[in-house]
Design a protein around this ligand. Structure first.
Ligand SMILES: [Zn+2]
Length: 303
């Protein structure tokens, strides 16, 4: 009976953006896959991102969401920051293990010519620079690590991060397909990792099946879901799904947080603003929402 209830809930989750988590090869492989068209569309609408920036930001958002799903701690926030010398300048993504993500790009409206293979030139948009990952949970000092960007294409950069920072051989595929009207048509990806103690034959099998993948957006265009993507890639290794998690763009900013940002300006500034009858407007970086604080609210901040 319980199994039936769980499968109904899972079915419901799988109708919208979601992440799946599973294993293969008797636990020697762990895998994550995601579909996030609506989530990336929301980021696109919040920031009026150009197709190039939608792709760059969307790829990093999906990486962040799948990394969030790796976390066993409910309150942990994972922030991925890409800083590059390309015209996009930087990308920031914060995710948790409940499938919630928020993001922004330093320059959301960058346009570059397509690459020779007709793909958006994310690598040129991002440029050379670094990827930093910060793990943050309440009551514990944040832990962070950085790697140099390898290509700026995001997927490669995340794979390199796992190899260097966690010493875990990892394959990352993330892709966003943008329509002529700049809306998001497809967004999805996968992370496949070889766990410590894996045997050589698993590496060989995995390389064989990954070599068949041209791009994630091709798989999505064929109608693949996160589950069928992992079955396609790991079927020969005995893929077993463990969990499906709904995914969404979620900011969580509110008046209180806006108030703390204004309070940080200092007592002098607050008194000055109240005296001049000024109001404060705080625009959230992540979701673009505007929070207004009138004289009364400013007065309250003084305590
Ligand atoms: Zn916000």
């Amino acid at each position: 009976m319980t199994g039936h209830v769980i499968s109904l809930a899972t079915e419901r989750i799988k109708r919208h953006d979601h992440i799946v988590r599973g294993t293969a090869a008797n636990g020697m492989v762990r895998a994550f896959a995601i579909t996030a068209r609506q989530t990336v569309q929301t980021a696109h609408e919040n920031h009026s991102t150009s197709p190039l920036v939608s792709a760059a930001l969307g790829r990093l958002m999906m990486g962040g969401l799948m990394m969030g799903a790796m976390s066993k701690t409910d309150d942990e926030l994972i922030t991925l920051t890409v800083r590059g010398d390309g015209p996009i300048g930087g990308l920031t993504v914060t995710a948790n293990n409940r499938g919630q993500v928020k993001s922004f790009a330093n320059n959301p409206n960058v346009w570059l010519p397509l690459r020779d293979d007709n793909h958006l030139n994310v690598g040129a948009g991002v440029g050379a620079g670094e990827l930093s990952v910060v793990f943050d949970q309440p009551g514990i000092a944040p832990y962070s690590s950085q790697v140099e960007l390898t290509s700026g294409e995001i997927g490669d950069d995340l794979a390199y991060y796992f190899a260097v920072s966690d010493q875990v051989p990892t394959s990352v595929g993330v892709g966003v397909l943008v329509g002529a009207d700049t809306s998001i048509l497809q967004a999805g990806g996968f992370i496949i990792q070889l766990m410590p103690g894996h045997q050589e034959w698993v590496v060989d099998e995995l390389e064989k099946s990954l070599s068949r993948v041209t791009s994630v957006t091709d798989l999505l265009q064929q109608g693949m879901t996160p589950t069928s993507m992992l079955e396609h890639l790991l079927g020969d290794l005995g893929y077993e799904e463990l969990e499906a998690i709904p995914a969404e763009f979620y900011c969580g900013c509110d008046e209180a947080r806006a108030g703390r940002a204004v309070a940080a300006l200092g007592r002098e500034t607050l008194l000055d603003m109240i005296e001049k009858n000024e109001t404060a407007e705080v625009i959230c970086h992540f979701c673009g929402k505007r929070h207004y604080l009138g004289t009364d609210e400013l007065q309250q901040l003084l305590g």
